[in-house]
Design a protein around this ligand. Structure first.
Ligand code: GRF
Length: 204
């Protein structure tokens, strides 16, 4: 990573894009020393794409590639072409394979609407309700080749209320996701500066 420039972020989306919006807003407010270099969607009609005024947007559909490996590699190519240093999966509804993980190891994070390792995969809020947990939340973790299983970086707990529906719980968790995701990116940036600070101070 370069230490003389803003961190270049690539955001992967499939849907609504409220987490993408939280990053866009934080960058615009000067709260993140970062730049969104590119947004990649696997869905041409993702509402997230309507939020990216002035940011390069690229659609990469799974159906356009013969294998999942070719699809993953097309995404990684676009991210590299845009000089992306940190990849943020923000509502990206596909699992990226080992080829992608190798190319962005330790540099890709995902936000998930549960307190992992509980309830990985789809409809995590529904899973939480079905199990009757009293506390759920959201997690930001590093992406590895497992489904929502990489090392956990940050979590926020959210109470589950007795009259919660999947919608009401999802909404309460989502509000926390936005802050948690931005805060985690900020911490990644700060750590980068600390590391460079140490390197700069070390004799060569
Ligand atoms: C969020 O709940 C996120 O945790 C999950 O998918 C949802 C995406 O929401 N991975 P949005 O597209 O960011 O609004």
């Amino acid at each position: 990573m370069k230490n003389d420039a803003k961190l270049r972020i690539g955001v992967l989306v499939s849907g609504r894009g409220s987490n993408l919006q939280a990053i866009i807003d934080a960058v615009a407010a000067g709260a993140l020393d970062a730049e969104i270099a590119v947004v990649v969607s696997d869905k041409p009609d993702a509402p997230a794409l309507r939020r990216i005024e002035g940011i390069p947007g690229v659609v990469i559909e799974r159906g356009a590639y013969p294998t999942v490996e070719a699809f993953d590699s097309a995404i990684a190519d676009v991210l590299e072409e845009h000089g992306v240093e940190l990849v943020v999966l923000a509502g990206f509804m596909r699992v990226l394979g080992p080829g992608f993980v190798r190319r962005f190891r330790g540099r890709a994070i995902n936000i998930h609407p549960s307190l992992l390792p509980s309830f990985p995969g789809l409809r995590a809020q529904r899973q939480a309700l079905l199990h009757g947990v009293k506390i759920s939340g959201c997690t930001v973790h590093l992406v590895d080749k497992t489904l929502d299983g990489g090392p956990i970086l940050a979590q926020t707990a959210v109470p589950v209320l007795s009259d919660d529906t999947e919608e009401s719980l999802s909404e309460r968790i989502l509000k926390e996701e936005h802050g948690l995701l931005v805060e985690t990116i900020r911490e990644i940036i700060t750590a980068r500066y600390k590391v460079h600070g140490r390197q700069d101070a070390a004799p060569t």
